[in-house]
Structure formats: C-alpha cells, structure tokens
Design a protein. Sequence first.
Length: 94
Amino acid sequence: MKNINIDNKEYEIIEDVREGLDVEKLKEKLTEYFDPYDYIVGDWAYGKLRLKGFYDQNNKQARNYNTINGLNKYLKENCAYNCKYFVIKKCIQK
C-alpha cells in the first residue's frame, strides 16, 4: 500500500473507494483532534469531506462503537449509499 505524509505524520492508505481520497482536502480538514485515533475514515456527502476517527481493537481507548471493526456498520448507517470514501492508518512513529 501507499503511504502519505501530512504534518510530519505518516499514514498508510488502507482503502480508497471510488477515488475518495483527496489529499489536499484531507490536509485542510485533518486537525490534532484526530491524533489519538489509529484510523481515519473520510467519506463524501453533498460534495463535502467528513472525517471520523477509529481505534484499533487492541487500543486501550477502544470501545465497541469506535473500533475499526465497526467500519462496515458506520458506512451503512452513517454514510450516503455508494459514497466515495477512504481509510488511512496512522503509522508507528520511530
């Protein structure tokens, strides 16, 4: 998979469905709020990028509603049908 670097943080691109990943738009929206999350999901609704953070299931901060294992449920219940979306994973800083 390909990696991207935003604000000196590296992310692995896990999924890019229907070319939903627009790195420039992601750079505009990605704030320090998302720093604790292991994964960031971006989806498009009405021409606007929405971001949501998810934890790895082994993360101590993980709960049933915010682990990456719930991604399919999130996409089905909270996103537009057949929307463009992407999933990126924070790389471990060495």
